[in-house]
Design a binder for this molecule. Sequence first.
Ligand code: TRP
Length: 460
Amino acid sequence: MSGKQSKRDSFSSKFGVIAAAAGSAVGLGNIWKFPYITGVYGGGAFLFVYLGFILAIGLPIMLSELIIGRKSKRNAFGAFKKLAPKSVWKYIGILGVAAAFMILSFYGVIAGWSIEYIFMAVVDGFKDTSPGEISTTFTAFIESPVKPVAFQLLFMLLTGAIVIVGIRKGIEKYTKILMPLLVVIIIILDIKAISLKGSEAGLKFLFHPDFSKLTGEGILSALGHAFFSLSLGMGTLITYGSYIRNDNNLLNTAIQVTVADTIIAVLAGIAIFPAVFAFGIEPNSGPGLVFITLPNVFQQMPGGHIFSVLFFVLLTVAALTSAISILEVVVAYFTEELNMKRKWATVFATIFISFLGIICSLSMGVFKNHSFYNLNFFDLLDWVSANILLPLGGLLISLFMGWYFGRKKIRKELEKGGHIGSALLSIFMFLVRFIAPVAIAMVLLHGTGLLDLKWFMPAK
Ligand code: TRP
């Protein structure tokens, strides 16, 4: 056993940890999903609730995952097995590995679209097309049986190629290059967006909260999205935490990653809404927002060609650094629990997930008429993972931290690489013992229809 321990890979630097963890957090969730759900659920009010969840629930659970990972130095399943031997807690890990399969299979499909759109942007494919044509092209593309599948496979191949090399030489090395690139691109796009005439309406939509637009459904989505965006609830950060050295200050790391993820989501909103409003397009256009609405905006905008290329490169880079973190959950589980070689674990996991991804992709077209509860396979995986599995995982992780692992061990783990004051520790304990579990449970019950969040809201 000890021989196996000493061979365990790790991150080599503080920046490497931040790049990898922020790389995981910042993804399609920030750039594709956050702007469109903010649009659908009414703008500023949704943002406000989302920020509340990030602070009171997301940050504490992120810190919990990092603690569990670094203390145990194991994969998502092995971590609980080691910290809570002979108990049922380890099944949290199984839930996580299952969620990883589900999330990455649909994630790869959207990332594949993004690669296709880089090519479209490069050849200036949006030029001189009407809004209707752009929308038809998108629908025809995602429903076709070959092209999206091919691009999804290409994306999965890239993901597997980075993961197969390992933590330091693969994940850390590439995220350290890709994350700064992402920041530069998003800042360029923001400057452009703000300088557009008529951009104020978009900024107002994003930042001015109108609480009358808030719904129970919106609150559920805000929580689900807080988990999704911060990569919480399925052991991604347990797995990454297990590669973090003892001299790292975990509290600072959790804060920096949370802040970075939130800032990038808001920056993505700033890049998108002003342009959408400036060109008189509806903000609530759903999943098509970045693939239909934005190309429309680009083709009306001076310099739109180059900005459209930049945007889809940004989207693909963000997706790639997240996808590797999801794949790593499965690969770490396979290598440590099933004793597979890293190489075979990666190949096997990539092939299996790609296969599920193909079904997701085909569920947009060929299998369109096969639905479960009115959702196609793709939407089903998205909905079940973001709104049920991740919050459930988060609920169990916070209970584990607050009630099983306990204050003393938490303090000890946090003080390995820093200092935590008693008052701060008490706040953390209160959040993971009470606030997070109760809030998540309420929102989950609302999702199942057993409780209606409207009962707690002021009457309209
Ligand atoms: N956070 C990523 C995004 O915003 C996606 C992601 C990576 C993820 N790892 C995860 C989501 C773990 C849930 C759980 O796109």
